[in-house]
Design a protein around this ligand. Sequence first.
Ligand code: SAH
Length: 331
Amino acid sequence: MFEPLGYQVTAKPLILDEQFPEWGASPYFAVELQNTVRLADLLSHLYVLIPVLDDDKHYWVGDEEIEKLLHHGEGWLKAHPAREQIADRYLKRQRRLTRIAVAQLVEEDNTDPEKVEVSRALEEKVLEQRISLNEQRLEAVMTVLKASGAQRVVDLGCGEGKLLRLLLAESAIAQITGVDVSFRALEIAKERLQVDRFSLAQQSRLQLIQSSLIYRDSRLTDFDAATVIEVIEHLDLERLAAFERVLFEFVRPKFAIVTTPNIEYNVKFENLPAGKFRHRDHRFEWTRNEFQTWAHGVAKRFGFGVEFRSVGTEDLEVGSPTQMAIFTQCK
Ligand code: SAH
């Protein structure tokens, strides 16, 4: 990573614990870099390449990261022989982001207008596919919510607040609560929703709570509807039972909408290697049968009725990309 930029590199493996040499090597290295460069360039190299070597970023990676990568990589990244790998790791292996970043790097040194057009089109296609499924999912959720007449809605695992934005735009919904375990996601939600510009009335309509869905939280009671959009697959399977009790026994809304990927559809994603989940943090992905069996089971145990909808383009054989269960509390 550093040698193509003119550095001399020495890397010594460290042992895990000097007192217990039999434990073997640690995952860390002591690394020395030598070069004569401008301080600003050195800092840019470190800024990009340390998370690349680490192969992890300990915070949310979104579209803004592409800008950061291209900004700090200016003047060196496009000529780097490992630029694809650097972009891939820097963007936490989110293929959509990597493809956009690499397309922009290629575009910079590519004066052939046809090729530029191809890379732009690719960028757009990747984006559009993603946006349209996301939008279709949110739209499907909003349709069910509006028909239910819910006035107090809690979005469990609200993430960056995409659904919260739509809920806020719906004047019939009086009280909106977003819950997520990730402080960072809630900060992004606040920024995107521009909560700091809210009037007092708007402020009292929206509540954001940092909490984990596998523990009871006394702030989460008295809701007409709960939404759990693309969240259950992020929970360890052995924690799912705890979550079921939180949602259906403790929060116990009149309606609950739960969505999750349909793993059968994954064969339709041309870039997804066979056997891989759609997201690195997914702990499981279910077939339609697995999801429906789970949903029928919890509905029965907790006194709810359940029906299913498919979201996104439906394929005759493998169904739709997203599956949705709508639970209604039995009177
Ligand atoms: N519902 C959002 C976000 C889905 S991503 C959307 O559709 O865009 C999954 C979200 O679940 C992430 O924001 C993650 O932080 C959250 N999450 C994962 N485990 C959780 C837990 N135990 N408690 C609360 N939130 C959790």
